[in-house]
Design a protein around this ligand. Structure first.
Ligand SMILES: CC(C)(COP(=O)(O)OP(=O)(O)OC[C@H]1O[C@@H](n2cnc3c(N)ncnc32)[C@H](O)[C@@H]1OP(=O)(O)O)[C@@H](O)C(=O)NCCC(=O)NCCS
Length: 178
């Protein structure tokens, strides 16, 4: 468990997290900030958690549930993916599922905890991410943390009735305090 002041990051667990994911991941307002909205079934989510457990064990992907701390309520998921062990580079993803939990500082702290984990425990050197143009909140958070914009893919994804631009950002370990 990775523990901060407001949140903690814990490995995904079917028994503990599946019900919350089922209740809130199929939220179209949130999913427009990810890949778009195609509903996910309970079986598919169960398989996704099992795959996440397996990839954590095999050290290929590092998914976590975000829980509030100290009360332990799940609010979302995040992770480091597509790990390239040779170049020590990977991709960060995060979603806090419910609008009522946005802009309360949970995302900023979760990402900072995940970066610390990536540098200190996975020996990563570079972490990147993609953020859609219609998501200024997320972009602000990433910039605040120290991610730098390095390129834009134009009209790469079709989301909610239109093609959207996606900005790519990166952070190097040497640019952070850790
Ligand atoms: C993006 C996300 C992870 C950010 O986490 P969060 O807990 O909401 O963010 P925080 O509360 O830590 O910080 C929010 C910051 O954005 C600012 N903000 C809020 N709305 C904003 C907007 N429309 N435009 C710009 N900045 C905005 C807040 O003022 C705050 O900045 P500050 O700390 O400088 O005052 C979270 O909102 C989320 O998961 N959203 C839905 C899914 C998603 O977008 N995932 C990311 C895909 S790239």
């Amino acid at each position: 468990m990775i523990v901060g002041k407001k949140v903690r990051l814990v490995p995904l667990d079917t028994e503990k997290h599946l019900d919350y994911i089922m209740e809130h991941f199929n939220n179209p307002q949130m999913r427009v900030y990810l890949g778009g909205y195609i509903p996910v079934s309970r079986n598919a989510e169960r398989e996704w958690i099992e795959a996440a457990e397996e990839s954590l064990k095999k050290r290929t992907d590092f998914h976590f549930a975000i829980e509030t701390h100290p009360d332990g309520n799940m609010i979302g998921t995040l992770g480091l993916h597509d790990v390239d062990w040779l170049s020590r580079s990977c991709v960060l993803g995060i979603a806090i599922y419910e609008e009522q939990n946005w802009s309360k500082g949970y995302g900023t702290e979760s990402i900072q905890l995940l970066l610390d984990f990536g540098w200190a425990h996975l020996n990563m050197r570079r972490i990147e991410l993609g953020v859609h143009d219609h998501n200024p909140r997320a972009r602000h958070v990433y910039e605040k943390i120290g991610f730098k914009h390095y390129g834009t893919a134009h009209q790469k994804y079709y989301i909610d009735g239109r093609y959207v631009d996606t900005h790519y950002m990166e952070i190097l370990r040497e640019q952070t305090a850790s």
